[in-house]
Design a binder for this molecule. Structure first.
Ligand code: BEZ
Length: 219
């Protein structure tokens, strides 16, 4: 059975966090949320990721996106760990909540279990999963990384920018796209419709197939 994936509604779980009880759908409200898991508190890569997320928090806030961490230790452990995270990068303030999942039930429902990483008792740890959730409470995009690989926060910001741009205009973003660069017009949009949607114009790349599907525009 595949777990939670793109297009699915995130389960409306209610969990303890460093900011009190959180019900996921209420936390999302009518905005976007990045929910991201970590294998465990007081581990090296996780500490660097938590500090990096804290440093990028203002970038997400600017875009109207809230952060929600989850790790499988309890709230008391999270609170002590935050002191380490802030000491590791002096000047960092970790302002987003970290949810607790000590019995590891939530990570199953959120498709955040790493089958290869187990604690001393042989219980599976969370992977480095990150879901971007939309105002409709659905998963828009997921990263699924193993414990050995810390995530790149620039790529998380870039993915958010792509999702927000695609949601606003009828476009998609090409490989290695960055804000300000050309976007592509979605295949379902006819040339006639594209002329109305993009009065600024678009260019169609001449390809051997002559199918005219690679159309670039600026939004
Ligand atoms: C880490 O955060 O460094 C880590 C956590 C679990 C397994 C391996 C690495």
């Amino acid at each position: 059975m595949p777990g939670l994936t793109i297009g699915d509604t995130v389960p409306n779980l209610e969990l303890d966090s460093t900011h009190g009880r959180i019900r996921i759908h209420d936390f999302i409200g009518d905005g976007y949320v990045i929910i991201f898991s970590h294998p465990a508190d007081f581990t090296p890569v996780c500490t660097t990721e938590m500090a990096a997320m804290a440093a990028y928090a203002s970038e997400f806030e600017k875009r109207g996106v809230k952060l929600l961490g989850i790790s499988c230790d309890d709230v008391e452990s999270h609170k002590k760990w935050i002191k380490d995270i802030e000491a590791y990068k002096p000047g960092t303030k970790l302002t987003y909540p970290i949810m607790a999942d000590p019995d590891r039930e939530a990570i199953k429902q959120l498709n955040m279990v790493d089958p290869d990483e187990k604690d001393a008792q042989g219980v599976n740890l969370p992977s480095r999963t990150l879901h971007i959730l939309g105002p409709d409470k659905k998963v828009k995009l997921s990263f699924l990384y193993p414990a050995c690989t810390g995530r790149n926060m620039d790529e998380v910001v870039r993915a958010v920018d792509s999702l927000l741009t695609a949601a606003k205009h009828k476009v998609a973003t090409p490989a290695n796209w960055k804000p300000g660069e050309c976007v592509v017009i979605q295949p379902g949009v006819s040339d006639e419709e594209a002329k109305k949607l993009f009065p600024q114009g678009f260019t169609t790349t001449d390809l051997p197939s002559k199918k005219g599907y690679l159309r670039f525009t600026k939004v």
